[in-house]
Write a protein that binds this ligand. Sequence first.
Ligand SMILES: [Cu+2]
Length: 490
Amino acid sequence: MMPRARFFLFIVVLALAACSPEPSALEQQAAQATASALQTASAPTPAPAPTATPTGAEVALAVEEADVAYTLVTGGDYGGLVFVGVGGEIDGVINPTLTANPGDTVSITLINGDGVEHDLAIDEFGVSTGSLTELNQQTTVTFTVEQEGEYVYYCTIPGHRQAGMWGTLRVGNPQSQAAVGENIVHHPADLPPPIGEREPQMVRVTLTTQEIEGQLADGTTLTYFTFNGTVPGPFIRVRVGDTVELHLRNATGNTFIHSIDLHAVTGPGGGAVFTQTNPGEETFFTFKALNPGLYVYHCATPSVAHHIANGMYGLILVEPEGGLPPVDREFYVMQGEIYTVQPFGTLGHLDFSMEKMLAEAPEYFVFNGAAGALTREENALRAKVGETVRIFFGVGGPNFTSSFHVIGEIFDRAYPFASLTSPPLTDVQTISVPPGGATMVEFKLEVPGRYILVDHALSRLERGLAGYLYAEGEENPEVFSGQMTEGSGH
Ligand SMILES: [Cu+2]
């Protein structure tokens, strides 16, 4: 269950909740702010509260009854888009981590320290201070925390959170909630070598569907459905004219029926009609690969979107006669969404949410199965300056189109919809890839450094969707140079 505040109140404080014997500059500023607030009596617009407007006595009671009380000032002496702690252990700390125990009543007083419009919200508790627009204006929110976890407090004014106005409210010892699962990330460099020149032949492919408690994020697990234990499943590579005998095993001990629909197949259901497979059983069918291209495959057992969202997708490449032009590096990346009952960032085992899937409101977006999977040292894409790179990119979905982009690079060649028999587009920044679709992009690395794979619908970056491509080699100042200043970097 999502943690919920039992209640919250909007109040203007009459006194500072946090004090130390020697008042700091920030505390003095806060005291002035209090006086100012009393003089002008300019109470901020209250958000809907479960109770009537509190009286002065109720306000005093709420602060007094708070088990923990914190004061934050926006910007303050430090300037910039940050919260700064006032008083006690957080005095002067930028975006301090606030702590509380489960069951505590927490009060947070927010002071406008820079005269710029700000607020403070914590989504999981329904907490919002409302806008503070004037210098020294202040307000206090009081709420109760129940479930252990780490929650983000932030300013909801557009751009402010991204610029740094956020911090953590830690309730209890959330690490005790952390869960460890299996690594389900398909390594982006793990794909078979090119086929190139050969005659068509018979190819046997065996896939095993596995239901796995896998690592979705640090401390967070999910019951994945997979082909061969990874997301995406194996990269299947055949040649046009090949006849493929595809075997599907559903691992013993699984709970669900699984199947496979390959978009490279000509025939009803793409194979799904022959492969609805019970746990512990095996099915097979054969198909002739008539059309070259890069195709998505996925489980096609109802609810199909559920099976896809939980990880059941992959790519099959049908090489054209003579193969693809040679490149130095090939990579395999797929995008998907994950729908969980618990909000993004919750530790522990997360449950699949049918409701959020039907509403198309995912909590996570992932490349190769897990939040930030391809930003990790062990999974990042790696190449050298001077090399040509090819990315086979597909969208499992089930629902969201990707605006695939590599920050800092331009696709020299992009194959829209992964049509490999049409001439590629050249010099492309971003390519649209629909669910159940794919693309092939190629580029040469001219400049060393870290490039970032994204969906340029960049809100998804904050829900786990990013990958790194490292290019090693000599600097190339003719193409790219500049002076690094403090705070720059990407
Ligand atoms: Cu399935």
